[in-house]
Design a protein around this ligand. Structure first.
Ligand SMILES: [Ca+2]
Ligand SMILES: [Ca+2]
Ligand SMILES: [Ca+2]
Length: 331
């Protein structure tokens, strides 16, 4: 028996080899493979999660697919209540269109759509899309600097802002420059890049829904030292007796003026002319220094040089010698 079975098996193998070799093999029957569907449907949405809206119409699409056993049920819940329930017959894709939701009729705050999809094999998928209706503008304030105050150099601007429910974008505007200060509550600004005078500071805040608020204030800045202009005498003049210095000083916030000659300082605040008795000095060239500052600490130092000469010219008669008889010869 064993020999017969082996012979039959050998014949079958030879036949198969022959059929394959001649290319004339015959398909004897079809084979069905039962695939098990263990994958839940896929759900996507045109609505981004955690979206914010002020109002208007909301159109949302949900796309549901299942490429294995196909879909058997799609349900949509709005704010927890069943809104749509569609029984299906194994479709591989299905679209839920939620068009024309009037947001003006919704209360402010959080809302959500939840889609649940089941395939024929019983796998369940779930997708939630949260959105917010926000009609309330944010509030904010600039804490420092105080309005109309005077500043110089680098200043720290302090501010605060809040919203009923949305994260905020915060923009600080200074004289046409914009700084994104989102999530910051203070910001240093170098005022030296702006012209002296009024400087406008604005804080613009906007919630995710697009409600915005702006608060502004004006401060004064002065980054310029006092300007000194000598009128007379001109630099390097030789002086005698009383020397009158005349000059102009320009600064909107001038504080003190000091003058130094021969290592002695004197406060000349408020003066624009100074008389100097040069006879108390020895003849020589002298530096005269002016030191000026404004109330913000901007300081200027200027020097002029003058010569002092209080000694008259010396006359020495070399000839004739004093008390000598001069004889004139008359021809
Ligand atoms: Ca599936
Ligand atoms: Ca808001
Ligand atoms: Ca100044």
């Amino acid at each position: 028996m064993f020999g017969v079975r082996l012979l039959i098996a050998l014949l079958i193998v030879l036949t198969v080899i022959a059929c394959i070799h001649t290319g004339s093999y015959t398909v004897l029957g079809s084979l069905t493979i039962e695939q098990e569907d263990t994958t839940p449907p896929t759900i996507t949405s045109t609505l981004a999660n955690n979206s914010y809206f002020r109002g208007g119409r909301l159109d949302v699409y949900f796309y549901i697919t299942d490429n294995e056993s196909g879909l058997s049920l799609v349900q949509v819940y709005f704010d927890g209540a069943l809104y749509i329930s569609d029984g299906l017959n194994g479709e591989q894709s299905y679209t839920v269109s939620l068009l024309g939701l009037l947001l003006g009729y919704l209360s402010e705050g959080m809302h959500n759509y939840t889609v649940i999809a089941r395939d024929v094999a019983g796998n369940i998928a779930r997708l939630e899309r949260i959105f917010y209706v926000d009609r309330t503008r944010p509030t904010g304030m600039i804490i420092e600097p105080a309005p109309e105050t005077l500043h110089t150099g680098i200043i720290t601007i302090r501010f605060n802002y809040t919203d009923n429910l949305s994260p905020l974008t915060a923009i600080l505007r200074v004289c046409g420059d914009e700084f994104n200060v989102t999530d910051l509550y203070s910001y240093d600004v170098d005022t030296r890049k702006y012209p002296d005078g009024e400087l406008e500071i604005s804080l613009y805040i906007e919630d995710r829904a697009g409600n915005s608020y702006t608060i502004s204030r004006t401060i004064m800045i002065d980054n310029t030292p006092p300007i000194f202009q000598l009128i007379s005498p001109s630099n390097e003049t030789i002086c005698t007796g009383i020397l009158t210095l005349e000059y102009n000083i320009d600064d909107p916030h001038l504080d003190e003026t000091w003058m130094e000659i021969d290592n002695v300082w004197r406060n000349v605040t408020g003066q624009t002319t100074i008389d100097i008795d040069t006879t108390i000095y020895e003849d020589a060239y002298y530096w005269i220094a002016f030191k000026l500052n404004d109330t913000l600490g901007n300081t200027a130092v200027l020097r002029i040089i003058i010569g002092i000469d209080n000694t008259p010219p010396q006359i020495q008669v070399l000839s004739p010698i004093n008390n000598t008889m001069i004889t004139m010869e008359i021809k």
